[in-house]
Design a protein around this ligand. Structure first.
Ligand SMILES: CC(C)(COP(=O)(O)OP(=O)(O)OC[C@H]1O[C@@H](n2cnc3c(N)ncnc32)[C@H](O)[C@@H]1OP(=O)(O)O)[C@@H](O)C(=O)NCCC(=O)NCCSC(=O)CCC(=O)c1ccccc1C(=O)O
Length: 264
């Protein structure tokens, strides 16, 4: 598949592999093809000998990534496509990002929402523009990203804040995200590329072996969360097939408030 990507761009520059989600027309929401390409790109990036870092970003100015493509999700069976537990391999994408031996950096210039916020959460580091906004929207659109989206998020921001993020579905500006421990640094919008490049240059001076061991040891301590995610996504499959979840997806696409009252 490598180099014939349609939904992403793969480049090696600025001391890093750059993986750019290239669907700005849907705010870099992902579909089956996007995830398959990202998984392939992450495996390829892991073998790139010249760099120690992988930068994940979104094309355009408005969004890093806004989660699953809700237009595609508007299917009869409630799934995103024909492959993977929920019709696309979202849990395999999370694993590929976690298993990378290099340092993953989310470069967030706009919205990191839903599954997009989960990608940024899983990345080792997150550097954001002051225009960035973070948040989860699952309960607003009949969805959940259990595992790294919930339990691992609590490791970063604490249980109370993580529950607030999920139960109220608010958007948090970059400065607030920094304060809660969700991200590493906020910079003026026009300085984002240079800031990320400078972190990558520093990381590129380090021992790749030491980075890989440190990373694997961090991961080992939260590895049970991968299991929660795999179990959880199986439950999400059944939920996506329900009328309750489909109401959330329909409401988003019809630009109206969902009516979940009859499902309580
Ligand atoms: C990002 C927003 C907050 C921006 O809001 P606003 O500035 O008001 O702009 P909009 O008018 O809403 O959007 C502009 C334009 O972009 C389209 N768009 C935005 N996001 C998506 C998307 N995810 N899919 C498809 N299209 C999108 C929008 O429809 C508009 O298009 P027009 O053609 O101009 O009408 C706001 O847009 C927003 O909140 N978006 C989030 C949408 C969403 O529901 N995302 C998925 C959430 S599900 C989840 O978070 C938990 C589950 C999970 O992560 C998961 C687990 C397993 C499999 C898949 C997923 C998954 O992420 O879905």
């Amino acid at each position: 598949m490598s180099s014939n990507y349609k939904d992403i761009i793969y480049e090696v520059r600025d001391d890093a592999v750059q993986i750019i989600i290239n669907r700005p027309e849907v705010m870099n929401a992902f579909r089956l093809q996007t995830l398959e390409e990202m998984i392939d790109a992450l495996k390829r990036a892991d073998e790139e000998k010249s760099v120690n870092a992988v930068v994940l970003s979104g094309a355009g100015d408005r969004a890093f990534c806004t989660g699953g493509d809700q237009k595609v999700h508007l299917s009869e069976d409630g799934l995103y496509g024909p492959r993977g537990t929920v019709g696309m391999p979202v849990e395999d994408m999370h694993s590929a990002l976690r298993d990378l031996r290099k340092v993953s950096i989310a470069k967030v210039q706009g919205f990191a929402i839903g599954g997009g916020n989960v990608f940024a959460t899983i990345c080792d580091l997150t550097i954001a523009s002051e225009k960035a906004q973070f948040g989860q929207v699952g309960p607003k659109v009949g969805s959940v990203d259990p595992g790294f989206g919930t339990a691992y998020l609590s490791r970063l921001v604490g249980e109370k804040k993580a529950r607030e993020i999920w139960f109220l579905c608010r958007r948090y500006p970059a400065a607030e995200a920094l304060q809660m421990g969700l991200i590493n640094k906020v910079v003026p919008h026009e300085e984002l590329d240079a800031e990320v490049a400078s972190w990558c240059a520093d990381i590129n001076q380090m021992s790749p072996g030491a980075i890989a061991i440190a990373k694997r040891s961090f991961n080992a301590d939260s590895e049970n969360i991968r299991g929660i995610g795999f179990l959880g996504i199986q439950a999400v499959k059944g939920f996506y097939m329900s009328e309750e979840s489909k109401e959330g997806v329909r409401a988003f696409n019809e630009r109206r408030k969902p009516d979940f009252k009859k499902y309580s």
